[in-house]
Design a protein around this ligand. Sequence first.
Ligand code: ZN
Ligand code: ZN
Length: 240
Amino acid sequence: MTEPELSTEERVERSAIAAAEELRATKAAERPAWYSPVAHLLAPTILGLGLCYVGVSQLGELNWLDWLSIPVFWVFSNFIEWHAHRDLLHTNSAKLPSLYEGHTLNHHKVFPAADMAVRSRAEWREVLLPPLAVLMLLGLLLPVFSIFWFLGFEILALLYMTVGALYVLSYEWLHLSYHLDPAGFIGGLKVIRFLRAHHTVHHNPRFMKRWNMNVTIPLWDWVRGTTADEEVQEEAPRGS
Ligand SMILES: [Zn+2]
Ligand SMILES: [Zn+2]
């Protein structure tokens, strides 16, 4: 029996899945025996929630400006996420090659758009940020925190730290949720299905450098007009 003729897109998809199988096997062979996916998720979670606890426990009474700063800091984090994803994780820069390598050359290739789910918890290693990257992201909260603090806006400083730490955690938790079994309890939640659809389009190499750059809530994609709707997906060149 002759195989039905495949479209360019189907051929590209099949070869991406075949390449992913090979890379998955390589990653499994490289994974150290001591690797614990639960510890990988819990370490940044405990650290982030610890920072939030410290931040919230030091807060006094909030005025209207303090309350207003919470959504402002969240939008700022969403803007940073969009830029960091596009300009650091998908741009091959000589200064930070490990970010490009870890994200574009590994994460995207291990999980092609047509096969996004991890097959075991051990593969969380290919989804979650390396512990050092989490420390770096939390450390990057320090300059703005210090500016607010030394200018005498202690409450704004604490709120900035709390919102920033929660944002980093929401990135980790949500991103992992998109790569869980879509038929499982978390993967099957309506909100995760909606957000995963956005991220799945981004995992397609045709869109990953320019479209759907938000991993959490796609607000900045909406602001920048970088949501790949059906029209964009239809018109983008195939087979790249
Ligand atoms: Zn992903
Ligand atoms: Zn990406």
